[in-house]
Design a protein around this ligand. Structure first.
Ligand SMILES: *Cc1c(COP(=O)(O)O)cnc(C)c1O
Length: 384
C-alpha cells in the first residue's frame, strides 16, 4: 500500500535522538529552547512555544486570549476536529464559516457576510481560526483587515503549512495572525513524532503560553504575588497543563527542520507532476492562489462524478483495492455527532458538504518516489 502520507527519517535524525538519550536532559532541557529558536528564526517570528502536539497548542492559544464561556470561536468546517474542539475545551461556543469552492479554505466573503450579521446581533466572535488547508494560506490579508474592523483575534491553524509562504514571507511570520499553530505529527511536513508549536510576535502571549504548557507555574520573580522564598521557589499563578514537548522530540525536530526546504521542494515537484499528468481526467485539481506558495501537506482532487460514472465511494474503494492509500480530508466538522448535538445540521455549510462528497487525497509525502507516483496516476486512470 502506498500511504497518503508518511514521515521521512534519515540517519541524522536517528543519531540526534540517540545522542540526546545519552545526555542529561530528556525533557524541557536545552534542546527545547534550540528548537523553538530555530523554528522562530526559519519562519520569521519573534517567539515560538513548543508543546506536545498541535491540539494542545490550539488549546493554550485559546486560553492565552482568555477564551471562555459566552465567547465564540469561528473556524472552517473543512478541517480536523481539533481546530474547533479547542474552543470547547475552554467552555466557549463554536461556529463555522463555509469554504470557498475553489481553494477549499475558509471563504473571506462568507466570513465578512457572517461578521456583518453577527455584529447586528451582538454576537461577534472573539477569535477566528483560519486553517491553511492542504498547506495553502487562506486570504489572510482580508482576514486580518476584518479582524481589525471587528476586533477578533486570529489564530492561524497552519498545521498543514510548515514551510509554506504567503505574499513572499513564511507562514508564521506574524504579519497576519496573532498566533500561528504548527503540527509535527508524522504525516505533516516535518515531524517530532507528536509535537506542536505556537509562533507569535507578541511577547506577553509567548510568556503566558510557556506558563500554560507547564501547569500555570512560573519561576520568574517578576510574575509572583510575593517575594521568592528561596532558590527552590515557584508559584502556580493560574491553571495550566502538562503540555511539554520532550528533548527527545525537540532534537528530532531540529534535525528534521534542516530538511524542511528540501521536503517542501519535493512536495512541490510532486504536486506539479500530479497537475500535469492528471490534467486530462475528470477531476478538479487544486487551485493555486497567486500570493500563496503551498507546503503541499495534501494533494486533494475533486471527482467530477457526473463524468466518471462511478460513485465517490467506489472510486475510493477501487483505489484502496489497487494498493493506493487514498484518504479523505475532511468530513465537515459540523456534521460530526458531537457538533450535531450542539445544533448543527446538514445544509448548514453547503460548500463544505458538496466538497466532502467529491474529495479525495492522493499520496503526497517527501519520500514518495517518482515510480510510485506513476503507479498512483496509472491506478486513477485505470479506474476511470
Ligand atoms: C493535524 C492537525 C491538527 C492536530 O495536530 P496534532 O499535532 O495531531 O494535535 C490540528 N489541525 C489541523 C488542521 C491538523 O491537520
Amino acid at each position: 500500500m502506498i500511504p497518503y502520507g508518511r514521515q521521512s527519517i534519515d540517519q541524522a535524525d536517528i543519531d540526534a535522538v540517540v545522542e540526546v538519550l545519552q545526555s542529561d536532559w530528556l525533557t524541557q532541557g536545552p534542546s527545547i529552547d534550540r528548537f523553538e529558536e530555530a523554528v522562530a528564526a526559519r519562519h520569521g517570528a519573534s517567539h515560538a512555544v513548543a508543546v506536545c502536539n498541535a491540539t494542545a497548542a490550539l488549546h493554550i492559544a485559546c486560553m492565552a486570549i482568555d477564551l471562555g464561556p459566552g465567547d465564540w470561536l469561528w473556524t472552517s468546517p473543512n478541517t480536523f476536529v481539533a481546530s474547533a474542539n479547542c474552543a470547547r475545551y475552554c467552555g466557549a461556543n463554536v461556529d463555522f464559516v463555509d469554504i470557498d469552492p475553489n481553494t477549499w479554505n475558509l471563504c473571506a466573503d462568507a466570513l465578512e457576510a457572517k461578521l456583518i450579521a453577527a455584529d447586528k446581533a451582538g454576537r461577534l466572535p472573539k477569535v477566528v481560526v483560519p486553517v491553511a488547508f492542504s498547506g495553502q494560506s487562506c486570504d489572510m490579508a482580508r482576514i486580518k483587515a476584518l479582524s481589525q474592523r471587528y476586533g477578533f483575534v486570529v489564530i492561524e491553524d497552519a498545521s498543514h503549512a510548515v514551510g509554506a509562504s504567503y505574499k513572499g514571507k513564511p507562514v508564521g511570520c506574524g504579519d497576519y495572525a496573532d498566533m500561528t499553530i504548527f503540527s509535527f505529527h508524522p504525516v505533516k511536513i516535518v515531524t517530532t513524532g507528536e509535537g506542536g508549536m505556537i509562533l507569535t510576535n507578541r511577547p506577553a502571549l509567548a510568556e503566558r503560553l510557556k506558563r500554560l504548557r507547564s501547569h500555570g507555574i512560573t519561576r520568574d520573580a517578576a510574575l509572583m504575588t510575593e517575594p521568592s522564598h528561596g532558590p527552590w521557589y515557584y508559584q502556580q499563578t493560574e491553571l495550566g497543563y502538562n503540555y511539554r514537548l520532550t528533548d527527545i522530540q525537540a532534537v528530532l525536530g531540529l534535525s528534521q527542520l534542516q530538511k524542511l526546504d528540501q521536503f517542501v521542494a519535493r512536495r512541490r515537484e510532486l504536486a506539479a507532476r500530479y497537475d500535469e499528468l492528471l490534467a486530462d481526467l475528470p477531476l478538479q485539481l487544486p487551485t493555486r492562489q497567486v500570493d500563496a506558495e503551498s507546503a503541499w501537506h495534501l494533494y486533494v482532487v475533486r471527482l467530477k462524478l457526473d463524468q466518471i460514472g462511478k460513485t465517490h465511494k467506489a472510486v475510493f474503494e477501487g483505489l484502496r483495492a489497487a494498493g493506493i492509500g487514498v484518504n479523505l480530508h475532511y468530513i465537515p466538522v459540523h456534521t460530526q455527532p458531537y457538533y450535531r448535538a450542539l445544533g448543527f445540521k446538514d445544509g448548514d455549510f453547503p460548500n463544505a458538504e458538496a466538497y466532502y462528497r467529491e474529495a479525495l487525497s492522493l499520496p503526497m509525502f517527501a519520500g514518495l518516489e517518482k515510480v510510485n507516483q506513476v503507479v498512483v496516476i496509472d491506478a486513477v486512470k485505470q479506474l476511470f
